[in-house]
Design a protein around this ligand. Structure first.
Ligand SMILES: Nc1ncnc2c1ncn2[C@@H]1O[C@H](COP(=O)(O)OP(=O)(O)OP(=O)(O)O)[C@@H](O)[C@H]1O
Ligand SMILES: [Mg+2]
Length: 413
């Protein structure tokens, strides 16, 4: 029998880790490859480590290392020395800004809106770089760049997130005000897409949920519960592009944003080292996210999937450069490469064979007192006392809706 330990490297979250721990405890043993596998998890702590120390976790779900360097270095050691499987690997962080994903998607012929990177308004505060800026920065005509992109346009940090530094620029006055305010932030100027739907895709391994996102709403209402809000073509592309970009960079737990008009999908934000999976954001979709996290982790451990730290861009570029392929042909060819990377088909049939009761177990957990307790604790930790009852009812309603929308697996046997 093989016992697998999943390490959780956490920040302040308590909701999804509790859900993950409770559901994982209901899984297994799983018999795969002639072996019996059992699973448990532990929360990782931060302490000195010798670079040759053994690592107990076969897989780590990381929510911290993007910001926190000690565990980041521990993860790199675990990946290189101990072969630990990581969601996500810090070796992929270098491309975890919007900019790299835009470049990759452009190279693959996807519909990234016109985007220009402008130099820092203020050189970063270090005497060496001040010298470099004074000597080598070329003067440039910001107004001419904006004219070429066309108003309105968006100015946003090349590595942004959480609306930090994002502004919609209507005219030259806005342009100069925002650029002056950008200071030491490195900014993109980007053409505006007139969109009908904002699609936000959460991906875990080869699983993707495309959600109807309302960025102008307060956090608890941003994910609308709406099915089939995209045309079949746009829906297929949204899933395909998400999986392709994730496979391209080796991201396993990521969220992506696309602006959609009719059948056209325009990717605008494609890298998130620590995607939002809070029950207070995802509500209806929360059980799906936890199911996928458990399922992909258990699959990777049971099948001994190996993670690499290198990219295989050449294969994608060969498709991109093929003059005989149309845009949709290319999407399908990239998707085939991505599906090979994520072992999508094998994963699906493996889950059907080895985890036939997982959805039923998640359903049972979501309708149990353990879920009520987790939601209550989360709402108490998130909202002021006078709002807690209303939010509790709100999220309960949405998660109950999810539960009743599931044909409870096994309910009819
Ligand atoms: N090219 C664009 N065309 C139209 N709207 C855009 C464009 N770029 C950004 N926006 C709008 O600005 C918002 C923030 O942009 P973006 O997602 O790039 O920044 P962010 O800091 O990652 O924000 P978030 O954390 O909400 O994803 C988007 O939700 C969208 O409404
Ligand atoms: Mg964004």
């Amino acid at each position: 029998m093989t016992s697998h330990l999943i390490g959780l490297l956490l920040g302040a979250e308590e909701d999804w880790p509790v859900a993950f721990e409770d559901i994982l405890a209901r899984v297994g043993p799983v018999t795969s490859g002639g072996q019996e596998h059992t699973f448990s998890s532990e929360r990782l702590t931060i302490e000195p480590f010798d670079l040759t120390d053994p690592v107990r976790s076969g897989l780590v779900i990381d929510r911290l290392a993007y910001w926190y360097y000690h565990p980041r270095e521990w993860l790199k050691k675990a990946a290189l020395v101990n072969g630990t499987y990581l969601l996500n690997s810090p070796f992929t962080f270098q491309s975890m800004e919007k900019h790299s994903a835009y470049c990759a998607m452009l190279r693959l012929g996807l519909k990234v809106p016109k985007t220009v990177l402008v130099p820092y308004k203020n050189p970063i505060d270090n005497v060496r770089w001040a010298y470099t800026a004074a000597k080598y920065n070329q003067p440039f005509d910001l107004d001419a760049l904006a004219e070429e992109i066309g108003y309105p346009l968006y100015m946003k940090p090349f590595d942004g997130g959480g609306w930090r530094g994002v502004s919609r620029i209507e005219n030259p006055d806005d342009l100069h005000r925002s650029y002056d305010a950008s200071g030491e932030m490195l900014m993109h100027l980007q053409a505006t897409v007139d969109y009908e739907h904002f699609a936000r895709a959460l991906s875990i391994g080869p699983e993707t949920m495309v959600m109807d996102f309302r960025p102008d709403q307060p956090m608890h209402q941003r994910y609308a519960v709406s099915h089939d809000f995209l045309s079949p073509q746009a829906g297929h592309e949204a899933v395909a592009i998400s999986r392709i970009v994730n496979a391209f960079f080796g991201w396993e737990f990521n969220s992506a944003e696309m602006l959609v008009a009719g059948d056209e999908v325009y990717p605008i934000d494609y890298a998130n080292a620590c995607p939002d999976v809070a029950v207070t954001s995802l509500h209806y979709y929360f059980p799906w996210a936890i199911t996928a996290l458990v399922r992909w982790s258990v699959y990777c451990l049971s099948t001994g999937r190996k993670a690499g730290v290198d990219l295989s861009t050449a294969e994608y570029f060969a498709v991109a450069d093929d003059p005989d392929r149309s845009y949709t042909d290319k999407i399908d060819a990239y998707l085939a490469i991505a599906d090979r990377y994520f072992e999508t088909e094998r994963y699906r049939s493996w889950c059907t064979e080895h985890l036939p009761h997982l959805e039923e177990q998640v359903h049972d957990w979501v309708t149990s007192p353990a879920f009520d307790r987790m939601l209550l604790d989360t709402v108490r930790a998130t909202y002021p006392p006078h709002e807690q009852d209303a939010f509790l009812a709100h999220f309960h309603g949405l998660v109950d809706l999810w539960a009743s929308d599931q044909q409870r697996p096994g309910a009819t046997d």
